[in-house]
Design a protein. Structure first.
Length: 366
């Protein structure tokens, strides 16, 4: 698949970002009060990330905005590559007026002063938003830091203290966590560690990246016979099994991964429940709409797993890739349809997952 879908979606997704960053309420607070007087407003304790319904959604809305401004390769609007740019000189996916609005909205939040408050809150609450919010925060930092755009790189520099904080907290957590969290919600260990690993590698945080790799091998390296037909629950937005496989493809060679994957999901076919799209019966229910996200995360994970399997010469790798390829388009289409409702319970987060999936699917053709 080429970049046509991303080019078509970019203006709408930019509007979602701008709408979300101007919506302080409704807000789902996750602050633990320590006294009767400890009643801060979201903006007081999270001056950078207090909109978009909750903290983690606000963080990944900033990531989506940064990606649309030029943090994602493949933009059809990019000009000549910028000399010395490591990413080939990516440029905005949106027109100049929209880009200016995005820059103003993100720039108002990603300031050193506001981000210092966010860092202090993370350090004072070491298990808060672990690991999901951490993962999106690291993705935001990595996307900004890797860009050739001067303003994005400035935001990346401002985010460095938060990278320090999450790297330290993450290493400490992974050293003491005997067991991973395996369900399909925010605290899923594989999903968070996978994206943190990508970010730490990109940011040159070798110690934190090594800790992610070691945790992945210890937690999941010996897993076999994942019950893919039984993993689904009514409010998942992550596939626990595919999240695990998506992590392991990052830490194993292609041949090692192909062998691991064959034992992890034996007998995988297009009819396997883990590859089937799911539907949503009530778009206004904040938990039921998670299933739209499940379709999208499955699509993105399937695409990335296909990429790794195609690099393997192992027995069965090509057959497994063919099965996943047949399942990919229905998952993606089902997930993208979830953005059509326009309900805030979907729009405050789902566009980020759609952009992520579209990017992974587009990479299959590169």
């Amino acid at each position: 698949m080429d970049n046509d879908l991303r080019a078509q979606a970019a203006p709408d997704y930019a509007a979602v970002v701008l709408g979300n960053l101007s919506e302080p309420f409704p807000h789902s607070a996750h602050h633990t009060q320590v006294s009767a007087d400890d009643r801060p407003t979201p903006e007081q304790i999270h001056p950078a990330f207090y909109t978009s319904f909750d903290w983690h959604s606000c963080v990944h809305m900033h990531w989506l905005g940064a990606s649309l401004l030029g943090g994602t390769a493949g933009s059809p609007l990019r000009g000549a590559p910028i000399e010395g740019a490591s990413d080939g000189g990516t440029a905005a996916w949106v027109d100049a007026a929209t880009a200016a609005s995005l820059r103003a909205a993100l720039g108002a939040n990603l300031t050193p002063a506001k981000l210092a408050v966010e860092r202090d809150y993370l350090l004072a609450n070491p298990s808060w938003e672990r690991p999901y919010g951490w993962a999106w925060l690291m993705r935001l930092a990595a996307t900004c830091s890797a860009s050739s755009d001067p303003q994005l790189r400035e935001w990346g520099a401002a985010l460095e203290p938060l990278v320090d904080a999450v790297a330290g907290l993450g290493v400490a957590w992974m050293a003491k966590a005997q067991y991973p969290v395996r369900h399909g919600l925010h605290t899923n260990a594989a999903f968070g560690v996978g994206y943190m690993l990508d970010a730490f590698r990109s940011l040159g945080r070798t110690d934190a990246a090594k800790a992610c790799e070691e945790a992945a091998r210890e937690w999941f390296g010996n897993d076999r016979g994942w019950p893919g037909d039984w993993e689904l629950s009514g409010q998942d937005f992550l596939s626990a099994g595919l999240s695990e496989a998506d992590l392991m493809r990052r830490v194993l060679s292609a041949d090692e991964f192909a062998e691991w994957f064959a034992g992890f999901l034996p007998g995988l076919s297009v009819e396997s429940r883990i590859l089937q799209p799911v539907g949503v019966t009530d778009e206004t229910d904040g938990y039921l709409v998670h299933l739209h996200g499940l379709n999208l995360t499955r699509a993105g994970q399937v695409a990335r797993i296909i990429t790794t399997l195609r690099q393997s010469s192992g027995t069965g790798a090509s057959a497994a890739a063919a099965v996943l390829s047949e399942a990919l388009d229905p998952l993606l289409k089902a997930g993208l349809s979830g953005l059509e409702s326009g309900d805030f319970m979907s729009t405050h987060w789902l566009a980020s997952f759609a952009w992520d999936a579209l990017g992974s699917v587009a990479a299959l053709d590169e």
